[in-house]
Design a protein around this ligand. Sequence first.
Ligand code: TV1
Ligand code: CA
Ligand code: ZN
Length: 397
Amino acid sequence: HLRAADGSEKQVCYYYGPHISYIDDGEGHSMVPNRVAMTHALLAAYGLLDDMDHLHVSPATKQDLKVAHTEEYLDLLRNLTPTKYKHDATTRASAERHHLGVVTDIRTGCTSHDNPVIDDLWDYCLRYAGGSLTAARALVAGDYKVAINWSGGMHHAGDGKASGFCYVNDVVVAVKALLERFGRVLYVDVDAHHGDGVQDAFAEEARVMTVSFHQYDGKGFFPGTGSVDDVGDAGGAAVYRTLNVPLEAGTGDVRYHKLFEPIMKRVMEVFRPDAVVLQCGADSLAGDRITGLELSVRGHARCIRFLRSYDLPLLLLGGGGYTINHVACCWCYETAVAIGKEIPDEIPKHGYDRYYQTQGYKLHYYHEAHSSSSNVLTKKMGKVKQTVMDHLDKLSA
Ligand code: TV1
Ligand code: CA
Ligand code: ZN
C-alpha cells in the first residue's frame, strides 16, 4: 500500500462506495439513505481521508456469500426485483418465505416492512458484503491495524432469510475470512439490537466468540432474543463463547461502561482473541429514532478506544443508526479514534452542513437524558454483570 510523504505507513484502511449507502423503498424506510455518504463527506471535511488508505473493492460474488447463506436464498436474492415481486405470485411467495417484502406475522397479525424488495437489491448486497470481505482480507494480509466498512455490520441476516433490514450477513463472511489466518476471532456488537444472525452462525464454532450488548425488555423489543442466560448450546463445543448483555432503555455512558469495560477485559483474558470484529451500530446513541439507549458519541467511541488498546487486528463495521446526523458524527469521530487523531468539535463547512443545524454544528451533540437514573447502576444491571462474569469463569475453567 501507499506510503505517506513522511514515509510513515498508514495503519487504517477504509472502504467507501458511493452507491452502497442507500436503501429506499419510497416509503420512508428506516435504513435511511445517506448515512454512509454523510459520514464520508464529514471525514473529507475533517481531512481524515488522507490519513487512511482507500480499499478498492470489487463487489462480493455469489461464491463469497455461500459461506454464510444457502444457495436457494442467494438465487432468490439474485433474481428478485420489485416488478417480479409485484406481478409474479410464485416469486412473491418464495420471497415471503425468506422474510422479504411485506410480511405478516401469522401469530401477531403484525405487518412488517423491515426487508422490502428494493431496486438493485442484489447489487447492494454484493457491495456492502464486498466491503467487509475486502477489509477483512486487508487484515489477513497483515497490512493494517484497523480496517473500516461503515456500510457493513448487517448482523441479523440468517443463512436462509432476511431480518431487521439485513439481507446478507457480511459479518459472517468477514469473520470466516479472518479465520483463515487468525486462530480465534472475537465479535463484539454494540448496536442497540441483539446480533442474533452472527451468534447463530457461530453457535458451534469454538474459534469464534460473540458478545452482544443490546436493549432488551423480555417482551417485544426486536429481535427479542439475547437474554443473559443465552450462552449457546449447553454441552456444545462453543458453550459460553456466546455472551449476551441485555440493557434497559435509558442506559447512558456511565452505566454502559460499568458493564462494557470489566466484561470485555475479562473476555480478553479468557478468550485471548487473535483478531477483533466490532459492529459499531450507532442506534445505541441517545436520540435514536427507533431505540432507547442513551450513549453519547464519546461513550460509544469509548468501546472502540478500549478494544483498540489491545493492539490486535481490528475490523470496524457499521450497523444500525436511525438519526442520521448523529450516526455520521459518531462514525466520523470513531474513524478519528482509529487513526489516533483529535478532531475539533465544530463541524467544518461542507455539503451536508444543514443536517447538523439542530445540534449547533457540534460533533458532540448535546442530548438530555430521559431517565434521571441513566447513570446509576441498578440492581438488575448488577445482576446482569455478575451473571456474565460467572459465565466467563466457566470459560476460563
Ligand atoms: C418501513 C418504514 C419499515 C418505516 C421499520 C423499527 C420500518 C421500522 C419503518 C422498525 C420503523 C423495527 C420489528 C415488527 C417485528 C418487526 C442494521 C413484526 C420506526 C441493524 C432492525 C429493527 C434493526 C427491526 C436493525 C424492527 C439493526 N424497528 N419504521 N422496524 N414486528 N422490526 O420490530 O440492528 O439496527 O421504525
Ligand atoms: Ca448489539
Ligand atoms: Zn440496531
